[in-house]
Design a binder for this molecule. Structure first.
Ligand code: GDG
Length: 460
């Protein structure tokens, strides 16, 4: 098995640290194979020496890229074109021919480097938007192996995608895979409608398109979390978290929590405004609730990210200035990562999980919040209709993240929801999170990727 992703996971991390990467790493260790990706450094030499480390039956291979490629491939095409475009944010897209050239160049180089390690019977699983053209370059080098792709972020509707000057090349790149996996039905429908309108692919079954001699499966594989692991982690509050919990209990103060990488797709300004609105429309909530927003920094070199940081700091400051008292700060905003073993008990100790992205592939935090709750006295999940997770988590309070007033009202509803309704909603959500977990996702994807391609006559 060969996994390719922009960054390579730490294969020595214990399963305690949880997360998707650990699930994938475990699957890789079980089967033996390779995890290939970029080493994360921006000062390398494109095509320079690979860093190869053997850990049991797995080889961890990291490639270098040059400062120019870091700028064109990573900051440029991946994060200033594809990320905003695929999150429906055409206003933030910065198309430049040099970015696309860098994107192709790095993908071609990765393909050449990886190809020398491949065996005939390997199964290759490529992850995410940085690497869409990888299969096409591998095919040009003669690789006939099964190659699958999984997109962790949304896939936009044809009209939006068509705004990219390179849309045809991107989709042609996708068609070189044997399986193209998405998070949601909406993403699947978006690619299928693009294929029907713009591409030469012919639909030969519900989830299969043929292109010349080959065919590609297009389906959804909603990603899950290690639910059992996260529940266990949530039950072990360390001293700091326990003291914080006790203090709030004594003061009769409830907590709303949000955890997101600081990204414009996560709807953070709208979320802060909704909390401000709650305080102004329900004065009884003053001193009765605090909002803890954890938002560690990412991709700070991209302008749109420094803009959102400034906007958020301004908003948190002004809401706190308006409502705070000497003994109560309404918003606690943390712009640093918080350790996972603190995060889980913090979720458990918070009465509302407030997860309102403007657009999100899935959103694992929504699932982690549910897994962390005490089933006897669970908190309430308030979830954006535009998170992939909303497609299945119907028992959350589903909100439109652009509608500040409605979000404020749903926050109020969550904070005042009777215990039996909270339990009922949590039970259904928990059933979903534990059955559709990371293992289920992995197995269903790999089953599809490893099954033989049917004869065309047998299809459809
Ligand atoms: C992409 C897609 C899709 C966050 N802050 C801290 C921290 N986190 C952890 C969370 C969660 C993960 O990071 C974030 O996952 P999300 O799914 O919420 O979002 P993205 O990072 O945007 O992920 C997304 C995902 O890929 C998987 O396919 O669901 O839609 O955008 O696990 O807990 N962890 C720690 N400290 C933090 O401060 N320890």
């Amino acid at each position: 098995m060969v996994i390719v992703s922009n960054r390579v996971a730490d294969l020595r991390a214990s399963s305690q640290s949880g997360g998707l990467a650990v699930g994938l790493a475990d699957a890789l260790k079980e089967r033996g194979g390779i995890w290939f990706g970029w080493n994360g450094e921006r000062e390398g030499v494109t095509g320079g020496d690979l860093n190869i480390e053997s850990i049991g039956s797995v080889e961890r291979i990291e490639a270098q890229i040059s400062p120019q490629d870091f700028s064109d491939y990573y900051l440029g095409y991946s994060n200033s074109v594809l990320w905003p475009l695929f999150h429906y944010r055409l206003d933030l897209v910065d198309f430049r021919p040099a970015y696309f050239e860098g994107y192709q160049r790095v993908n071609e180089m990765f393909a050449r480097q990886l190809a020398t390690f491949l065996r005939e019977d390997d199964v290759i699983w490529v992850h995410d938007y940085h690497l869409i053209p990888l299969a096409s370059f591998l095919r040009k080098l003669g690789c006939k192996q099964r190659i699958g792709f999984f997109l962790h972020i949304p896939f936009p509707p044809p009209d939006l995608l068509a705004a990219s000057p390179n849309h045809a090349e991107l989709v042609d790149g996708l068609l070189e895979y044997d399986v193209v996996g998405f998070q949601t039905k909406t993403d699947v429908v978006n690619l299928k409608s693009y294929l029907r309108e713009h591409a030469s692919a012919v639909q030969v079954a519900e989830d299969r398109f043929s292109i010349g001699e080959r065919s590609v499966v297009v389906d959804r594989f909603p990603i899950g979390i290690d639910a059992a692991g996260f529940t266990a982690l949530a039950k072990q509050a360390d001293e700091d978290v326990q003291v914080d919990l006790m203090r709030r209990r004594v003061l009769g103060r409830r907590q709303i929590i949000g955890v997101d990488r600081l990204d414009y797709s996560k709807g953070l300004p709208e979320r802060l405004k909704a909390f401000g609105k709650l305080l102004s429309t329900h004065p009884e909530m003053e001193k009765a609730v605090t909002f803890l927003q954890i938002a560690p920094p990412t991709r700070e070199e991209v302008d749109a990210y420094s803009d959102i940081r400034m906007e958020l700091e301004g908003l948190a400051g002004s809401i706190n200035g308006q409502f705070a008292d000497f003994n109560w700060t309404p918003i606690r905003y943390i712009h640093r990562p918080v350790a996972r073993d603190k995060l889980a008990p913090l979720f458990r100790g918070s009465q509302v999980g407030f997860i309102t992205p403007l657009r999100d592939g899935m959103n694992l935090v929504a699932k982690e919040y549910v897994a962390a709750q005490n089933p006897e006295d669970p908190g309430v999940l308030v979830l954006s209709q535009f998170a992939g997770a909303a497609e299945e988590m119907h028992d959350a309070l589903i909100v439109n993240p652009y509608d500040i007033d409605h979000m404020a009202e749903q926050l109020h509803r969550a904070l005042t929801m009777p215990l039996d309704e909270r339990r009922r909603r949590h039970e259904t959500l928990m059933h979903h999170v534990t059955t559709q977990d990371a293992q289920a996702w992995l197995q269903s994807y790999l089953k599809t990727l490893t099954q033989d391609e049917p004869e065309y006559g047998a299809v459809g």
